[in-house]
Design a protein around this ligand. Structure first.
Ligand SMILES: Nc1ncnc2c1ncn2[C@@H]1O[C@H](COP(=O)(O)OP(=O)(O)O)[C@@H](O)[C@H]1O
Ligand SMILES: [Mg+2]
Length: 397
């Protein structure tokens, strides 16, 4: 036996004999489980809308919304998979996540590829792609359901033109062949659409409420039974993951992440039981990774604004937008950079608030008018670590 295959065997045997995980992939966010407790109502409603396909008829368009981790993607895939198994000839569906495929070109290319048409990465226009899609759709003999997940991501960048065109396809074809399922985490998003697109997309609407702690516990137990070795996780661990995620707007993804990462920590340390202390460590690890990811991918001036807030927060007090702007200006100038406007800095503060790095609250100061109170929302050490690479990058300027 060669050295390498011995090593591989050894690693495999380690992986196989994990004393924590029976099947780790069951705990990954993209895995679609074969049961989705506490979503019976949404499953029933979606299925009853889509079941039209059984006789080759186009179902209504559906618009689905709810906060992240409320099961929108999982339920949609689950219902479509099951329907497709039952009626393989009368309909097909194509799933596109517009956060990944975030241009009209990429979305059309994904749809065409789903129909078996190869599309070059660049070189043709979006208009030409649309033409190809239309000609392809003319020839199909089944109903096509197009799922546009996280649809707000694309529309925020590129407007709702493509959506408008897609909602018009059936009348252009002269026969109803496609249905659209739009999904968004942003509950206010639908009101930003062109009224014609809005009314067409939301023939039917489906709302996904957040899960409460009991529901999350139930969801976690069922996933844990197939994902973990028996006895590796107990009631206390599941309850803590559920409670933490319930506090965080009832997000099942977060609950599963906590459980999986806690399991990974225990496994890394060669233990066979996951503890609540592992969950606490998992929480910190996940938070750190999230902050790191956000901070390292911020544009340069957003990083400078963040640095300015860190500088100004040393005394522990909150800052006004004006104070942040002053600090930011000093920083930018000292680096010989052109300064952006206070308006833009104020927008950046809002963006950093939205992703949970800062809190920027508008407060009314009576006759002094309104101002923002800016504070850090995550531990400064985490931010500094994430900004470390930036500081090196800035040194090079
Ligand atoms: N009712 C449920 N039962 C089991 N797992 C669930 C349930 N709801 C959500 N999940 C899981 O939680 C994670 C997040 O769900 P997802 O459908 O991606 O949420 P959303 O699309 O609303 O952000 C996925 O791993 C999914 O499988
Ligand atoms: Mg989703």
């Amino acid at each position: 036996m060669s050295g390498l295959s011995e090593i591989i065997d050894e690693v495999l045997s380690l992986v196989k004999t994990s004393r924590i995980f029976k099947d780790r992939k069951i705990l990954l966010p993209d895995y679609v489980p074969d049961e989705l407790p506490h979503r019976e109502e949404q499953i029933r409603k979606l299925a009853s809308i889509l079941v039209q396909v059984y006789r080759g008829e186009k179902p209504s368009n559906v618009f689905i919304y709810g906060l992240t981790g409320t099961g929108k993607t999982a339920v949609t895939k689950f219902v479509l998979n099951n329907l497709h198994k039952r009626f393989p000839d009368t309909f097909r569906y194509i799933y596109v996540n517009t956060r990944n495929s975030d241009t009209p070109y990429r979305i059309l290319a994904d749809i065409l590829e789903g129909l078996g048409v190869r599309v070059p990465f660049t070189g043709i226009s979006t208009a030409e792609l649309f033409k190809r899609l239309m000609s392809q759709l003319r020839s199909i003999k089944y109903v096509l359901i197009i799922v546009l997940d996280e649809i707000d991501a694309m529309v925020k960048k590129h407007g709702d033109d493509l959506l408008y065109r897609l909602t018009r396809v059936n009348s252009e074809l002269g026969s109803p062949k496609i249905s659209i399922i739009g999904i968004t985490n942003d509950v206010k998003f639908i009101d930003t659409l062109d009224p014609r697109v809005k009314s067409s997309l939301s023939d039917e609407e489906l709302v996904f409420p957040p899960y409460n702690a009991d529901e999350l516990r139930d969801i976690l137990w069922r996933r844990a039974k197939s994902g973990f070795v028996e006895g590796a996780v107990g009631e206390d661990v599941i309850s803590l993951c559920a409670a933490l995620a319930a506090r965080d707007h009832g997000d099942a993804r977060r609950a599963l992440d906590l459980l999986r990462v806690a399991g990974e920590i225990a496994e890394r340390e060669g233990r066979n039981v996951v503890t609540t202390a592992d969950v606490e460590r998992a929480r910190l690890e996940i938070e750190r990774d999230r902050v790191f990811e956000i901070v390292t991918t911020l544009p340069l001036h957003s990083k400078l604004v963040l640095l300015a807030v860190i500088q100004g927060s040393k005394s522990g007090k909150s800052l006004t937008t004006g104070e942040v702007y002053e600090l930011y200006t000093k920083l930018a100038k000292s680096l010989g950079l052109e300064v952006i406007t206070q308006r833009r800095v104020s927008d950046i503060l809002n963006e950093l608030d939205m992703v949970g790095i800062l809190s920027a609250k508008v407060v009314n100061r009576g006759r002094y008018g309104k101002t923002k109170e800016v504070k850090l929302a995550v531990p400064v050490e985490t931010l500094v670590k994430a900004l470390d690479s930036t500081v090196k990058e800035l040194d090079g300027i």
